[in-house]
Ligand binder design. Structure first.
Ligand SMILES: Nc1ncnc2c1ncn2[C@@H]1O[C@H](COP(=O)(O)OP(=O)(O)O)[C@@H](O)[C@H]1O
Ligand SMILES: [Mg+2]
Length: 419
């Protein structure tokens, strides 16, 4: 697609869904303004759907790479207002599965052997299918049950094109949109590009899986499936098949008498162990990737899959993070502010008194709630939102941590309430 075509497509989508609404709040300048003003779709009736819904529909029309981008954005509550974040959470990718025959060919080519030589059983109907990969079940000749994750054919090309479109849009917004400087769309797209290219390389996911498995080797809290490295390539990953209960299936968990309180506590314990012991955490903790072992419901063990996205913290950041949270709980906001400066998270010349006041005003209401209802994720989110006003360059790893924390806590609370 040429640059002109890309811009035409962007303008078409922007106007069709009347996304110029967003731009009114923070106006456009330069050529974009006139293009939108003159576009014929503006003659259509006033939109009835909310702006969040229209944004969601536009992304769905643009396809899987945009959908994933929107899903990622939906977790950036430090950037987006709640109505938009909530709507983007409902983005669905409806990509049809590719055929089992295609999977077979990809696997045979990657591993250089006939499918029957590789496996005694291979189910051509996928267990699950998503925009980037799909998963088949199979059995090794040695008898082990496995799953095979296969990257969707041709996805590289699609991603390349769609990223260009995203970058074009981001650059235009950054240049001509009043909110563009604050939101830094080009950086957002760059981060996304990294994540998505990591997801395309299953050796990275396999490496993360092995590392996490080793970190929890002797743990009764968390189980990570074994990777079969001999059968793993860039676009094919073979790992042990697990048979847990999806963590969102509360009914099934209760039916086997799972100790829900323990389950909730263990979730949080696992998370903090990953952060503070290992500095290496699974950062894609949405319910679809988490299962609970059926083995001992009184001592429930988690099983995590899909380790494509992990985060790691530098030792000094880990240290600051712990100290900031402590200072927060002592309501020592001056110290919270000082630590942000000392760590280099905000510039050295930040006016500390003002920063302290801003932190106090967002943190104080949190203490209205009983301690058990205070969310660390929320606390971090508020702190980052405040720090952003003071030009904090929030490191991607910290954002990842804060997002994961919100997920883990949300999940924990849901389980706890059912206990
Ligand atoms: N090791 C496994 N054992 C059993 N089922 C699995 C395993 N790995 C993946 N699955 C199934 O396939 C689905 C998609 O796998 P996942 O790794 O989460 O892919 P995606 O990156 O597309 O989310 C999972 O939600 C789960 O139902
Ligand atoms: Mg998944």
């Amino acid at each position: 697609m040429t640059r002109v075509n890309r811009i035409v497509k962007i303008v078409y989508i922007l106007s069709k869904y009347r996304l110029d609404d967003f731009l009114q709040a923070a106006p456009l300048s330069g050529p974009l303004r006139y293009v939108l003003m003159l576009s014929p779709w503006r003659l259509l009736p006033e939109p009835v759907l909310s702006r969040g819904e229209r944004l969601r529909l536009a992304l769905e029309e643009l396809g899987p790479i945009f959908i994933k981008f929107g899903q990622m954005l939906s977790t950036r509550r430090d950037l987006l207002s709640d109505d938009i974040a909530d709507e983007l959470r409902h983005l669905q990718d409806r990509v049809p599965p590719f055929s089992g025959e295609q999977s077979t060919l990809i696997i045979e080519k990657a591993l250089g052997q006939n499918i029957n030589t590789l496996f005694t059983e291979f189910d051509v109907t996928p267990l699950a299918s998503a925009s980037v990969a799909q998963v088949h079940s199979a059995k090794l000749h040695s008898g082990e049950e496995v799953v095979i994750k296969v990257i969707r054919p041709g996805i590289n090309v699609t991603i390349g094109q769609d990223l260009q479109l995203l970058f074009t849009l981001a650059r235009l917004l950054e240049k001509y949109w009043a909110d563009g400087r604050r939101l830094r769309p080009v950086d957002l797209v760059s981060d996304y590009k990294k994540t998505i290219f990591n997801e395309l390389d299953l050796q990275i996911e396999a490496g993360n899986t092995s590392q996490l498995r080793r970190n929890f080797q002797d743990s009764s809290l968390l189980y990570i499936p074994l990777v079969y490295w001999d059968y793993t390539r860039r676009n094919v990953l073979v790992m042990e098949r697990i048979h847990g209960i999806p963590v969102a299936d509360i009914a099934a968990l209760k039916k086997q008498n799972t100790d829900m309180k323990k389950l909730a506590e263990r979730g949080v314990e696992i998370f903090f162990t990953q952060i503070f012991r290992d500095s290496f955490f699974h950062a894609d903790m949405h319910p679809g990737n988490i299962f609970v072992s059926k083995v001992n419901p009184a001592e429930p063990q988690y099983i995590a899959i899909d380790c494509g996205i992990v985060g790691s913290l530098r030792p000094e950041d880990k240290n600051y993070l712990a100290r900031i949270l402590l200072a927060f709980f002592k309501r020592n906001y001056r110290h919270v502010a000082a630590l942000h400066i000392e760590s280099g998270w905000v510039p050295e010349n930040t006016p500390i008194a003002e920063f302290e006041t801003a932190i106090r005003s967002v943190c104080e209401p949190i203490f209205e709630k009983p301690l058990k209802d205070i969310s660390f994720g929320q606390v971090l989110l508020r702190l980052f939102q405040t720090a952003r006003q003071f030009n904090m360059e929030i490191q991607p790893q910290l954002v990842l941590l804060q997002k994961t924390l919100l997920n883990v806590e949300g999940l924990g609370r849901q389980i706890w309430r059912n206990g």
